[in-house]
Design a protein around this ligand. Sequence first.
Ligand SMILES: O=C(O)CCC(=O)C(=O)O
Ligand SMILES: [Fe+2]
Length: 241
Amino acid sequence: MNPQSLARAFWQEGFLVIEDFFSETLVGKIDREIRSYFGDDPQFLHEKEFLERSETEVIPWFPQNPEMPDYSPETGALFDLLESDSRLVDLTGAILGDAWSPLYSMVMFSRKGTAGQAWHQDCPPEDSSRFNLNRLVYTRTLSPGDGGLVVVVPGSHRKGMLPTGDTHEDLDNQLVISPRAGTLVLLHGHTWHRVTPIKSDFRFSTNFRACPRGTPDNITDICVYRNMRYRFSTAEVIEVR
Ligand SMILES: O=C(O)CCC(=O)C(=O)O
Ligand SMILES: [Fe+2]
């Protein structure tokens, strides 16, 4: 693995997929931990208006954040093993440059029969130097028919604002990624992306977000959807599109 050539591919396409990046044994442990945390019937924490408008149904968990009431050091340490992998650290540095920082890690759980995640950009694209990097780890292999696939438009991190339109429609030039246990997906926050509806019993991803030097910590507070801009900190639709 050559971090420099992978970083070039990332900057060309706005995303990068590396299968078998993590061992099945390690992601298997993480997968069991996530299953036991959420149980069989987790409930949504997001506000009703967000769920209705956004066509995005995820339940977040922040397993490495000691300020969360459900924090456990043992569980946090397991997620640290993924994040501190030297290959991941080197690749992140090659992409973001020196003095990048981790933002936070988040597991996103979706229940069967839910919408997945509508087309979005994780943060507003007006300033191309202000963005987050998603470092997504998948701990189980999706089978055909499971849904929960990640769809991206290659090169769209350079195309500015996601166009308005239907929240889940197929877009020209979209590319569908079908993650397997151990796959790492690096995704620029301005790249247009979505997750297809969930047909399996549940679906989750683990995201170690990071950002370049000088990026404000609240870079992902405002998310751009095709029908709105939404601010999470105030649970508010700040623009209807
Ligand atoms: O869950 C996924 O696969 C994609 C998540 C996503 O859109 C994000 O973390 O910004
Ligand atoms: Fe996203």
